[in-house]
Design a protein around this ligand. Structure first.
Ligand code: ATP
Length: 496
């Protein structure tokens, strides 16, 4: 249901206060104007810049700028039937108890029917609801712009700036701009034109970088640049095979939908540290040819009532708006630690509930890729069927995998600086080493060879680096055994 229909519905049902969480006041104003015109309602506005003002012109009313509390006092004596009261920039004002009390009084009158056909609409990008108003407020989120609407914005932009954008490029740019507001889209397009003089295929990389910045500023998700490909993963053949099949769906989403294929929900990769879980998350997004968004649960935690849940909903909505995408949740076990236990945190439990429901009901191509070291600490509900499509266990690499991992990392050294390397001897000496250990051994060898003014990196340099490095299994012997036994017991699919 669109934001406009929801607003009409809430007003009809005497919901007293609706909170629209949005940066785009213009867009909300447009919707309110349309409702006011079609339902013959009048609109009163209060905002931080003008105080009480004319809704259309934003011209201040009266000779003095009124505080929100003062305006509410005046309104309480007026006939408010068939009125929409729009309030913006109110966060500061809501820390004043009198303002809150007046709003509460008004809300009570609306919800009890003492004032008919009236609704208060608050608009702000940040949600801070005083506890006293909580039960009167319904939070609505601004609709994200669809791909088709973005294409329309690009068309209008191209006309205004007298440039041509080919229709297939327009489609690609529209996908790249998904999840941004109209204002952000226009800003990026203007910047692209002022940088390149035109909008061409080259602008896509620029658009991607700009979008990355904007998403970072939103503070809810992080867009990770993709440098890794599936060929950068040594071993983990089962996992790669599984991803290869799912990539067929992601690379042909429309066809797959038409065929009746359910959108893959997500994947949990659990297991030993440093063995390629994060690497696999990045390679998955490359393979699926979609953006990678990282969700940091710690960042979602807010200090106000309902703020964390609101952040979680925003993150989910943003991921869905940007989809197709991979939504990566690192250290999943830490994000939802302690759920269900006696001292489990109430907010985390609610966040967990929101996340689970979304995972269960999700049909959008926002593919969740969660990584975890220790799934024994995770709430069992998360591991039940219907959440993740599959759970893979990543163990220390076997000999064949170590060979592949060495090949990947040695392959990064320019050939002219590389001697003939005896990989077999390296593999034999690295039982119990993780992928990260192997990477660091190769890096150390390169650095040592360079500092010695050697012409090439030789097998000896790498063997010396191996001898100087403690393997992961040496460092976490007991914990590793416990982890491996636990995963064995649960009969999880092996990524190898
Ligand atoms: P953690 O649980 O500590 O976050 P992780 O399993 O996510 O670890 P990664 O971050 O994926 O580990 O691995 C660290 C680095 O080790 C990678 O950037 C990569 O260079 C190297 N590496 C690990 N496993 C592999 C592998 N299978 N193939 C190639 N490189 C690997």
């Amino acid at each position: 249901m669109s934001l406009k229909s929801k607003l009409i519905q809430y007003r009809d049902a005497s919901y007293p206060i609706v909170f629209i969480e949005s940066f785009e006041e213009d867009k909300s104003d447009k919707i309110i104007s349309e409702i006011a015109a079609s339902e013959r309602l009048s609109v009163i506005e209060w905002n931080g810049a003008s105080g009480a003002c004319d809704f259309k012109t934003k011209e201040p009313k009266g000779t003095r700028k009124l505080m929100l509390c003062e305006m509410l006092e005046i309104l309480s004596k007026d006939n408010l039937e068939r009125k929409i009261i729009v309030i913006k920039d109110m966060n500061e004002q809501l820390s004043d108890y009198q303002t809150v009390a007046r709003l509460k009084q008004l809300a009570l009158k609306i919800s009890s029917g003492a004032i008919k056909d009236c609704i208060i609409v608050m608009i702000s990008p940040t949600l801070t609801i005083p506890r006293d108003l909580e039960k009167f407020i319904t939070v609505l989120e601004q609709d994200y712009i669809s791909e088709k609407e973005i294409e329309q914005i690009i068309t209008e932009f191209a006309e205004e700036n007298d440039i041509q954008v080919a229709s297939n490029l327009k489609e690609q740019i529209a996908i790249a701009l998904k999840g941004l507001t109209e204002m952000e889209i226009n800003n990026i397009l203007s910047l692209a034109v002022s940088t390149d003089g035109d909008i061409t295929k080259n602008s896509l990389q620029f658009i991607f970088e700009q979008k990355q910045q904007m998403i970072m500023k939103s503070g809810i998700l992080e867009m990770i640049p993709l440098k890794e490909s599936i060929n950068d993963i040594g071993g983990l053949e089962n996992l790669k095979k599984w991803l290869g099949r799912k990539s067929k769906v992601f690379n042909n989403i429309n066809k797959a939908k038409e065929f009746g294929v359910n959108m893959p929900k997500g994947l949990l990769i659990a297991g030993v540290p440093g063995c390629g879980k994060s690497l696999s998350a990045k390679a998955t997004a490359s393979l699926f040819e979609v953006p990678l968004l990282r969700l940091d649960m710690g960042r979602l935690m807010g200090k106000y009532v309902g703020e964390s849940e609101s952040n979680m909903r925003s993150a989910i909505r943003l991921a869905e708006a940007i989809s197709p995408c991979v939504l990566w949740i690192d250290e999943l076990e830490k994000a939802f630690a302690g759920i269900g236990s006696q001292n489990g945190n109430e907010v985390t439990t609610r966040l967990f509930g929101t996340f689970l429901t979304w995972m269960q009901e999700k049909t959008s191509p926002a593919f969740v890729l969660a990584t975890a070291n220790d799934i024994t600490k995770m709430p069992p509900e998360l591991l039940r069927k219907g959440r993740f499509d599959e759970i893979f266990f990543v163990d220390l690499p076997n000999a064949e995998e170590r060979k592949k991992i060495f090949e990947v990392h040695i392959g990064k050294i320019p050939k002219k600086y590389l001697d003939n390397i005896d990989i077999k001897s390296l593999v034999d000496k690295t039982g119990g080493y993780s992928g990260a250990d192997i990477e660091s051994v190769v890096k150390d060898a390169v650095e040592n060879a360079f500092c010695d003014d050697a012409k090439t990196v030789t097998t000896k340099y790498i063997i010396d680096a191996i001898n100087a490095t403690k393997s992961l299994s040496d460092i976490m012997k007991d914990d590793l055994k416990k982890m491996q036994d636990e995963y064995e017991k649960r009969q999880l699919k092996k990524a190898t």
